[in-house]
Design a protein around this ligand. Structure first.
Ligand code: KIV
Ligand code: ZN
Length: 388
């Protein structure tokens, strides 16, 4: 069975989700969890973007040595970004430089303000520049799915000639349809000179709810790496969700003929941990990790489940570390119960003053909602700690 690499970009692209900002210390803890989960490649931040992000990438590069995880330094196609990414990842045992530049006409005209010829020249020069320091170079033509084949192929051919080793084809706006996205990968592999000498990666956004379907279409068309985020966090409607993609492959691996190295037993704890740190609640009906993903309401379903779980479940939640029974918090719960849930069980540190404020907010919410779920509690925590 063919192995598909999982490239996690929760701490870079995922962090671009409004309000999901992380401190460097949080990134280090989360990076360790992602390594434990079994991701192959990790993009921990954007080194040029802030001193904090630079330091997070640098510390994670050191901290994960020996884990087998390849660390990625992310950079625009400019020398200052590349220098920062190279420096931040210098101590990583395994590393990669990820260079991107816009490729669709609309971005060239209105965002980058460069001609196609200029973009090809810049991409060439910057890949050659990066290659002086790092052997493994991933190149991303941003908005590739709207770039038009002729220019896209020319651009990819140019960077392969300069030594790019991984070609990522981002569906930056979540615009592609699975069939056309898969076809694009097939055509790049067949038509671009040198196209059979590199690895292919897929990077999908979820604006039309097709990020997982598009990523799988790319895998079936030869992509060997999928870029994902935990809980699908990311710009706008987010990125391809790690847990959905991994469980789709796990559940349908005989049909797809591929597998991943993810230890699915850590999926749930990773998802909850990310949600807590980002103060980002998970939708009830979110596949795999949502509160309702394994709850059965109708009598027919419950009856079937009691006879045989396979009647209405295609995955076993226990295998992903998902507890079947959650303790319900409501208006009768006291300070102790709230503190126990937040601090001991969810692992969030709060001052006594913040806990007191949280308790007041909790009581109001519990009066309105009858029961308060973990996600609602996390939202309340977010409101409390972010209060000016
Ligand atoms: O969505 C995107 O195009 C990206 C990069 C890979 C540039 O996040
Ligand atoms: Zn992206």
């Amino acid at each position: 069975m063919k192995k598909i690499k999982i490239f996690d970009t929760t701490l870079r692209d995922g962090e671009q989700s409004p309000g999901a900002t992380l401190q460097p210390e949080q990134k280090i803890v989360l990076a360790r969890q992602l390594a434990k989960l079994g991701v192959d490649v990790l993009e921990p931040g954007f080194p040029i973007s802030s001193p904090g992000d630079f330091s997070a990438v640098q510390q994670i590069s050191r901290d994960l040595n020996g884990s087998g995880v390849e660390i990625v330094g992310f950079a625009r196609a400019v020398t200052q970004d590349i220098d920062a990414a190279v420096k931040a990842t210098a101590d990583a045992e395994l590393r990669r430089l990820h260079i991107f530049i816009s490729s669709s006409q609309i971005l060239l005209e209105h965002q980058l303000r460069k001609s196609r010829e200029q973009v090809i020249q810049i991409a060439r020069d910057m890949v050659a520049y990066g290659k002086r320091f790092v052997d493994r170079i991933e190149f991303s033509p941003m908005d590739a799915s709207r770039a038009g084949e002729e220019f896209l192929f020319e651009l990819i051919e140019a960077v392969i000639a300069e030594g790019a080793t991984v070609i990522n084809i981002p569906d930056t706006l979540g615009y592609a349809l699975p069939e056309e996205y898969g076809r694009l990968f097939r055509r790049v592999r067949e038509q671009v000179r040198g196209g059979d000498s590199v690895e292919y990666s897929t990077h999908c956004h979820n604006d039309l709810g097709m990020a997982v379907a598009n990523s799988l279409a790319a895998v079936q068309a030869g992509a060997t790496q999928v870029e994902v985020t935990v809980n699908g966090v990311g710009e706008r409607a987010g990125n391809c969700s790690l847990e959905e993609l991994v469980m789709a492959i796990e559940t349908r691996k005989q049909t797809l003929g591929v597998e991943t190295s993810i230890d699915i037993g850590h999926i749930y704890e990773t998802s909850r941990m990310m949600s807590r740190h980002m103060h980002f609640p998970i939708a009830y009906n979110k596949p795999v990790v949502g509160r309702n993903a394994f709850q059965h309401e109708s009598g027919i379903h419950q009856d079937g489940m009691l006879k045989n779980r396979n009647t209405f479940e295609i995955m076993e939640p226990e295998k992903m570390g998902i507890p079947r029974n959650m303790i319900i918090l409501g208006k009768h719960s006291g300070r102790h119960a709230i503190k126990h849930r937040v601090v001991d069980e969810l692992g969030i540190s709060m001052t006594e003053e913040q806990l007191e404020q949280l308790f007041v907010d909790f009581k109001k919410t519990a009066d309105e909602l009858k029961r308060v779920t973990d996600d609602q509690l996390i939202q309340l925590v977010g409101k409390t700690v972010n209060r000016p």
